[in-house]
Ligand binder design. Sequence first.
Ligand code: MTE
Length: 283
Amino acid sequence: MAAMAVPSASAKPRDGKNFPIEFELKKSEFSTAEELTTYSDVTRYNNFYEFGTGKDDPFEQAHRLKTEGWTIQVIGEVHRPQKFDIDQLLRLAPLEERIYRLRCVEAWSMVIPWIGFPLSKLLDAVQPTGNARYVEFISLHDPEQMPGQRTAVLDWPYKEGLRLDEAMNPLTLLTLGLYGEMLPNQNGAPVRVVVPWKYGFKSAKSIVTINLTEHKPATSWNLAGPSEYGFYSNVNPHVSHPRWSQRKERRIGDFLKRDTEMFNGYSKWVADLYRDLDLSKHY
Ligand code: MTE
C-alpha cells in the first residue's frame, strides 16, 4: 500500500512531507474512536518553546529547522550504543497509526493520529544493562535554527525523562509522523516521543539523544518550576497545578469543557505502573 494521503486536511501541509518508504499502516487497539482535532489545529496550535512561547510561533518559525541528515544516538546504560538515521528508524519496526488524546498541563486537549512504533522496539535494539532505570530524552540544541533558545525561558536543551518501565510500556510511542505524513517541524520533526497518559510536556520533540541512566535525570520543566511540574506528571484530575485546576479540559475546537480522565483515559494500560506510589506526592 502506498503511504497514506492526508485525510480531510483543512490546511495544506507546510512542513509535513510524504514518507520516503511505502508501508502498510497498522491500526492499533490503543487508538481512540473520538473525533480527530483538525490538521490545521494540530499543526498551528503548538507548544515548542525553541521557536517561541506563542501558540502560533512554532508554525511561523519552525521552517528554520533543518532535519536532513538527522541522527538520534542511544547511549548510556546499554550494551549496544547506536546511532540511527531516520531511514533506519523507519525500517526498525512496523509503523502504526495511534490515535491518542493529548492533554496539555494548560488544560487543553486534542486527538491526534500519530504514526510511529513502540519505543520499546528501539530500546530492545540497544539492550539496556541491568543498571538502566530511567530514560532521558534530549532535544536539539541549536540557537541558530531555534530562535527561542536565544532566551533563557528554559534550561536548554529541552530535556525530559521517564522511568524505564514507563518507556517500555506499549503506549509509549516513538513518533515519526501524523495525519499520514512525516512529522511537520512544529510538531517535533523528525522524531519525538508521545506519552499519552502524561501531560504533553513529557513528550519531547526533535530528539537527538536518548540516554539510559541509573539515576533520575533532571528535566527542563521540573528545573523551571519544581512545585509546578513533577517528574511523573501523569494526567490526574485530582491533583491541581498551582495555576490550573486539572479537573476539566477544553478540547481544541470545542466550546464547552469536559471532565479530565485519570491517566488521560489510559488507566487500563498504565495504572499498574503506579500501584505503590502516592500520586499526590509524586505528581
Ligand atoms: N518538546 C520540546 N523540545 N520543546 C517544547 O517546548 N513542548 C511540550 C511538548 N514537547 C515542547 C516539547 C508541550 S508543553 C506540549 S503540550 C507538547 O510538546 C505539544 O505537542 P504538539 O505541539 O505536537 O501538540
